[in-house]
Ligand binder design. Sequence first.
Ligand SMILES: [Zn+2]
Length: 310
Amino acid sequence: MPLTIVTYHFVRDLKNSRYPALRGRDLAEFKQQLDYFDNHYKVVDTADVVAAFKGEGELPGNAIWLTFDDGYLEHFTNVMPQLLARRMHGAFFATVNSTVHGELLDVNKAHFIRAAETDPNVIIDEIRAFIDARQDTDGLQPFDAYWREYAKPVRFDNAEIWFIKSVLQHALPPAVRKVLIDELFEKIVSIDQRDFAGELYASPDQLRTMIECGMYIGGHGAKHLRLREFDAAEKEIEVTASLEFLHSLGAPTTDWVMCYPYGESDETYRALLKQNGGALGLTIQAGLVDPAVDDPLLLSRLDTIELPIA
Ligand SMILES: [Zn+2]
């Protein structure tokens, strides 16, 4: 039986929020979508999905599994009450450093830089000035080289947005990139990073409450960086730190689920996951999955915006 796995990130009342341009699922639409799923699908538990992939059970027809990335506070405040009201189950994937150490992840700084400054050209001009001023830095190319390589439209983004995302996520040397992101965050979002993180992520106690309420909490790495930035030892730390984190929450630590940051894994990473009791790995490849044929460590998902709300 095929399974639909849905991916959510932000779920909030966007129109009435401080950052209406943030890319996410509006809360009213989220409620509509859950009602739609109630009418057209059977929302399954994480344990049922794990069992199906182990050949220990069958999923019902039109099975759908709801997954929520990044451990945001709004998953606790906005999402869980809606799921509970409909007796639905969700799987939530939190990153260690943001949840436990209150670190604002670079991926989230980038989201809010783009949400706070809705004209991409303003951000691009800042990036150009930053790169131009550092042409003597090791490994840094001229602005035009990055522009030629990354200013291209992709699945959900136009050329300008994909350029900004690429530069802020991986195109620049890591140390330079970090300085750029912090400068842009300071200039454009202008909120203390610790305070911002405190309001953005669910706490370990809130995640424990979610487990008590029947939700599933799985791994989403420690640092939330692109795979190419880790050597083999760091990949192992990503997996073992995730496992220790789940243990500290009282979440399952056998047959557990890893949601790969940026959807990225390789053979080394998947072997480590398997050795450490991981059963399923979630990617951001688009598609449905079939427990009878698909690799459980390379599961495709659909983004919420690729599914109807009514
Ligand atoms: Zn993530």
